[in-house]
Design a protein around this ligand. Sequence first.
Ligand code: 9YT
Length: 134
Amino acid sequence: MIVRTLRSIEGTDRHTFAPTWNSRRFLLARDGMGFSLHDTVIDAGTETAMWYRNHLEAVYCIDGRGTLEDVATGEVHEVSAGTMYALDRHDRHVLRAETTMRMVCVFNPPCTGNEVHDEQGVYPLLRDEPELAG
Ligand code: 9YT
């Protein structure tokens, strides 16, 4: 069984910083669950263009407010605490945070923790072996 607290992972290699967000990864590929689970904070007043071409991602907003643009259609969705979106078609999207937003994100396949967004907002597909708990 895996039990972790936010406090125990903050400041470790499970805590990733990017220009517009930082993300605490409760579960990564090495945990062997088949998905990764992130608690991500998006900075207020920022805009982030993303395109998870190699991953499926579901995002549940638990705090804050902003908008989500579907780049293919131009459609803009309001996002606030209680809103979930799933990028089931590897949708290109732009997230604009009006306030600080806190998002619980699930990735399939799981992130390893070493992905960096390229200039199009894409994460590479990286693999990691599950760590076997003793
Ligand atoms: C909401 C969102 O997609 N933020 C970008 C960061 C990503 N969720 C991650 O790697 O934690």
